[in-house]
Design a protein around this ligand. Structure first.
Ligand SMILES: Nc1ncnc2c1ncn2[C@@H]1O[C@H](COP(=O)(O)OP(=O)(O)OP(=O)(O)O)[C@@H](O)[C@H]1O
Ligand SMILES: [Mg+2]
Length: 226
């Protein structure tokens, strides 16, 4: 589904963020991307959404070299991808329900469909009871779950989570990871970038370790050393 073929990324001032990265990610996989701060995890994720382009090599999604997608067609690529970050940006004046619904309203979905889908998604992330709560009334973990729900609203085939648990304690982080696993089990390919190595071990899925822009290990089931 996603292929990195000899991808290097050199930022201005000769900062080498990625160096000859080769990765093959199959549809339906769950991948954890681990590595120290500055290792290149976010850069790698930003290549998939084409927020950054490779200095060398190519990134392919479903066999399409994404550097060839015209800016007109870029929204089609991005619509296939759900993204969550460490810093959650919910609309403070809207409830949990409205934050999730907003993404669908922008997409022009009919009201009845929005009502039905948003209820289902809030149920999925375990927030059915908090649907009318405003962000200020939610805990960090709950806010992150609203952000995940919002990213799921347009039914992405691929879900990217960049350090989604950075501001959460261990139990809340584990809950978010379980939710990502559940999303994966429903058929969505998930790529999770994180420092939370001990939690990644518990997921028991494929782990790709990045050090200074290079993939130094790529193994199933958390059998790796850092
Ligand atoms: N827009 C940018 N311009 C210049 N250098 C950048 C830019 N973004 C990242 N870098 C540099 O590229 C390297 C990789 O950064 P990246 O953000 O991908 O790391 P990361 O693994 O996500 O780190 P963290 O765990 O702290 O989020 C770092 O040296 C960083 O300083
Ligand atoms: Mg990062």
């Amino acid at each position: 589904m996603i292929k990195f073929d000899g991808v290097s990324k050199i930022y201005p001032k000769n900062i080498i963020a990625l160096e000859n990265v080769n990765l093959d990610i199959k549809q339906g996989e769950f991948i954890s991307l681990v590595g120290r701060s500055g290792a290149g995890k976010s850069t790698l994720l930003r290549m998939i959404t084409r927020e950054e382009s490779p200095s060398e090599g190519g990134v392919y999604i479903e066999d399409i070299d994404i550097s060839r997608i015209s800016s007109k067609d870029l929204p089609y690529l991005r619509r296939k991808i759900g993204v969550v970050f460490q810093d959650i940006k919910l609309i403070t004046s809207r409830t949990a329900f409205e934050n999730v619904a907003y993404a669908m309203e922008v997409g022009g979905s009919p009201v009845e469909e929005i009502e039905k889908d948003v209820s289902l998604i809030l149920d999925l992330v375990g927030l059915a009871e908090k649907r009318d709560a405003f962000p200020s009334e939610l805990s960090g973990g709950e806010k992150q779950r609203v952000a995940i729900a919002r990213a799921l609203a347009h039914r992405p085939v691929l879900f990217l989570a960049d350090e989604p648990t950075g501001n959460l304690d261990q139990p809340n982080a584990m809950e978010i990871f379980s939710l990502l696993k559940k999303i994966n089990e429903m058929g969505t390919t998930v790529i999770l970038a994180t420092h939370a190595k001990t939690l990644v071990d518990k997921i028991k899925k494929r782990v790709v370790v990045i050090e200074r822009g290079q993939v130094v290990s790529d193994q199933e089931q958390g059998k790796y050393k850092l």
